[in-house]
Design a protein around this ligand. Structure first.
Ligand code: OAD
Length: 230
């Protein structure tokens, strides 16, 4: 299917980075087993206790900075290089795909490496590690927050619109390492099916959408995805 596809696309979740040593959110060892999302990943949590929220994001940034892209990230960079229309739509905020060389990446949930001022909205790239905890907005001096999407917040409307357009136009969707439980990202899978695309999922465990896919390759994406490429 991948060989004959004219417009392949990938939708990735936290499982893509699992083999780089980055914990997923759900399942065994998942972050949401030990941490409460309401305390760390909501605008209310940030308003209440910005220090704790920033400490959690600093821990994740510093963990990712020490990690390396795995064979699945490299395979996706190769696919982009070989297929003109290929895009990676990712729920991941770690930037490991870009570090592997992918450029056509749509980050649905933002990035650990961007910040946004809650006063003036100024956005900036911030690649510093160890992550400083006392940074203020360079434009207005206001409090800055991680440039990620939190629970209860909407996605960037242009980003999700582009993702939907890409999915409507694709003929093959690779669904990699996502539990497919968080919307609107998960909704891209039925959208692909409705538009006649084939869907192949790679995940050690079936996801919420496995019943609708054309094929489930059960196993780690870092081992299985490179085997699909010639
Ligand atoms: P989840 O943690 O919900 O799901 C991770 C998926 O990866 C599970 O289905 C695992 O079975 C699978 N997995 C684990 N190891 C794998 C491996 N080596 N190869 C392939 N798959 C593997 O992560 P997401 O689906 O990305 O949102 O979660 C979606 C969103 O929920 C995240 O973007 C985050 C979270 O709350 C925000 O922060 C807004």
């Amino acid at each position: 299917m991948l060989r004959t596809s004219r417009r392949p696309l990938a939708l990735a979740g936290a499982g893509l980075s699992a083999e780089s040593g980055i914990p997923t959110f759900r399942g065994a060892g998942g972050l949401w087993r030990n941490y409460r999302p309401e305390a760390l990943a909501t605008p209310e949590a940030f308003a209440r206790d910005p220090q704790t929220v920033w400490e959690w994001y600093a821990w994740r940034r510093d963990l990712v900075a020490e990690a390396q892209p795995n064979p699945a990230h490299h395979a996706l960079a190769r696919l982009e290089h070989e297929r003109e229309a290929f895009w990676l739509i990712t729920q991941n905020v770690d930037g490991l795909s870009q570090r592997a060389g992918s450029q056509r990446v749509l980050e649905l949930h933002g990035s650990l490496w961007r910040t946004r001022c809650i006063v003036c909205g100024h956005e900036a790239e911030d690649l510093r590690t160890p992550t400083p905890l006392d940074t203020a907005c360079e434009t207005c001096g206001g409090r800055i927050r991680p440039g990620v999407v939190w629970f209860g917040e909407g996605l960037d409307s242009q980003v999700i619109a582009k993702a939907q357009r890409l999915v409507e136009e694709c003929d093959l969707l690779l669904v990699l390492g996502t539990s497919a439980r968080v919307y609107p990202a998960a909704g891209l899978i039925p959208l692909a099916v409705q538009n006649g695309a084939r869907v192949i999922e790679i995940n050690p465990d079936p996801s919420g959408m496995s019943s609708m896919v054309n094929g489930l390759l059960q196993g780690p994406v870092g081992e299985l995805l490179p085997r699909l490429l010639p």
